[in-house]
Write a protein that binds this ligand. Structure first.
Ligand code: SF4
Length: 180
């Protein structure tokens, strides 16, 4: 099964634990998108006609892009590769980037799965990790995703933070499963 992953290398700030490549200068966003469109066209033959079943925008922070910018990238993949009729299209989301209507905008450009960077339901731990959001924002983001029609949702959680117990992990899992 073929899938295409595109890394969106922008973050508003850096979390303490993270080794992924990203920059905080979002003034480069438009030129980055132009480069992705060119690269997508250049790599059009890379999969040699194989059907692409999944498209995944990860990061970095893909939710720093507008839905329009995200749509440009997805269209470029669709135009240059043999994408299946019903591909899974995923975008990674930071909870603090979400606003009312955001998931509906994503759904309108074909996104049908989101991966939400919840990381923890404990605000102290989120602060320790250097995250920009709090648990309330994660809950709001999950509610909006379901309300606005994206029901295929995953939530990232971090385990192994210094001082964290298996009881803490159990709490995080229970809070997350409450949204099923
Ligand atoms: S937002 Fe994500 S990619 Fe950016 S620094 Fe934090 S963990 Fe890393």
């Amino acid at each position: 099964m073929a899938g295409i992953y595109i890394h969106i290398p922008f973050c508003k700030c850096f979390c303490n634990y993270c080794d992924f490549y990203s920059i905080t200068d979002s003034s480069e966003t438009e030129s980055f998108i132009r480069a992705v469109l060119l690269e997508t066209a250049m790599q059009a033959r890379y999969l040699d006609g194989e059907t692409v079943e999944t498209i995944y925008l990860g990061g970095g922070t893909p939710s720093m892009l507008t839905a329009g910018q995200t749509g440009q990238i997805i269209s470029a993949v669709r135009n240059n590769f043999a994408v299946s009729d019903d591909p899974e299209i995923t975008v990674e989301i930071n909870p603090d980037d979400v606003y009312e209507g955001y998931f509906a905008e994503l759904a309108s450009i074909g996104v049908n799965r989101v991966s939400l960077g919840v990381q923890s339901w404990n605000d102290k731990r989120l602060k320790y990790l250097g995250r920009r959001h709090d648990a309330r924002q994660s809950a709001k983001a999950l509610q909006l995703a379901f309300k606005e029609g994206i029901v295929n949702v995953s939530a990232d959680l971090i385990y192994g933070v210094p001082g964290m117990t298996t009881g803490d992990l159990k709490n995080d899992l229970e809070e997350t499963f409450a949204f099923r």
